[in-house]
Ligand binder design. Sequence first.
Ligand code: SF4
Length: 159
Amino acid sequence: MLYYTEIGVSNLEIPSEKSLCVYISGCQNHCINCHYPELKLCDYGNILKDNIFSIISAYLPQITCVCFLGEGNNTFVDHIEFINHVKFVQRLNLKTAIYSGRNIFPEEWMKIFDYVKVGSYQKNLGDLFSRTTNQKLYLNQTGNFKDITKLFWNLSKNF
Ligand code: SF4
């Protein structure tokens, strides 16, 4: 089951989108210099499936995308739950995104998302706004993932 710790609206996570960011706990990664250690706690926060309708409804007029920051425990059951949430969000004509901290190419189950971010956080390489970053943001073009990371590089973190 997926749990979330907090939510908030941001222009930073996905270029050209106003995203409702939903921070998912249960992270199984071990990034050195983890910037959000609470996300590594399991079953921590609020149950997502009990609240997703109300939290999205509250922000609906002002957002274009729902961005899940984290993959939970990254189990098959979690993937199915994400897919069900994405189908609900799609019915509201919103885009969807997921932030994974794993060093992978987007996986098959991720093809339901419009955007997929991958890559562990490595302080020496920087985050997505750094030209030396190891992290990547992909745009899903009907099942083919296009690397659009460079869109971050001309943006200010304060926009
Ligand atoms: S992906 Fe890395 S930085 Fe993000 S919560 Fe997990 S360990 Fe921390």
